[in-house]
Design a protein. Structure first.
Length: 192
């Protein structure tokens, strides 16, 4: 089975968000009326807390900083959500992950893909697989500038920081250009 592995040289391409960064309340408003794909535990919980059950949810039980997500996925309905478990190592996209995501997008209702390992690159194939105008949403951690400014300038207020300094939810509306950009990166990954 095919596994795509992200080489270190491509990491800078993924450091820049594919779309605008929003806070959680704004993110929930921006995706109204769209098919939503949520990648990451915190992003998925953000939408569930807002009463939005994404079509596809890809989670691994930990945040980017390695902390276990307590009470994750509390708003998940008891019925109508298919649950699939797959193994996927960090920095990779396995055939099992691709298959689970594809099945979730093509199936009825919503699908929760629980990754044993990491879902860190799942937004990339989601942008390729999703129908046009779907919203692929993933988390963007605060930039180092934010950490530095907060550390050295404790008086800095959050409202004075740019979205990339604060971090938040990246919302990518799927267009042909987005698909091409994601496919170009996938094509440059190592295939094993």
């Amino acid at each position: 089975m095919t596994t795509y592995v992200l080489p270190p040289a491509l990491r800078p391409l993924l450091a820049e968000p594919f779309g605008p960064i929003h806070d959680s309340g704004e993110a929930a408003r921006k995706v109204q009326g769209r098919l939503v794909i949520a990648v990451g535990d915190v992003v998925t919980q953000t939408f569930l807390d807002a009463g939005i059950v994404p079509k596809l949810m890809v989670v691994d039980g930990v945040t980017q900083r390695g902390a276990v997500v307590e009470n994750a996925l509390q708003g998940l309905p008891d019925h109508g959500v298919k649950r699939v478990e797959v193994a996927n190592p960090a920095g990779a996209i396995t055939h099992a992950l691709l298959s689970a995501m594809d099945g979730g997008l093509k199936g009825k209702g919503s699908t929760l893909v629980v990754v044993k390992g990491e879902e860190d690159l799942a937004a990339l194939p989601a942008m390729i697989m999703a129908p046009p105008q779907a919203a692929v949403c993933y988390g963007q951690p605060p930039s180092r500038v934010f950490v530095s400014r907060k550390h050295y300038h404790s008086a800095t207020r959050d409202r004075d920081l740019t979205p990339s300094e604060r971090g938040g939810v990246v919302i990518v509306i799927v267009t042909p250009e987005v698909r091409k950009r994601a496919q170009d990166i996938l094509d440059q990954m190592e295939v094993k």
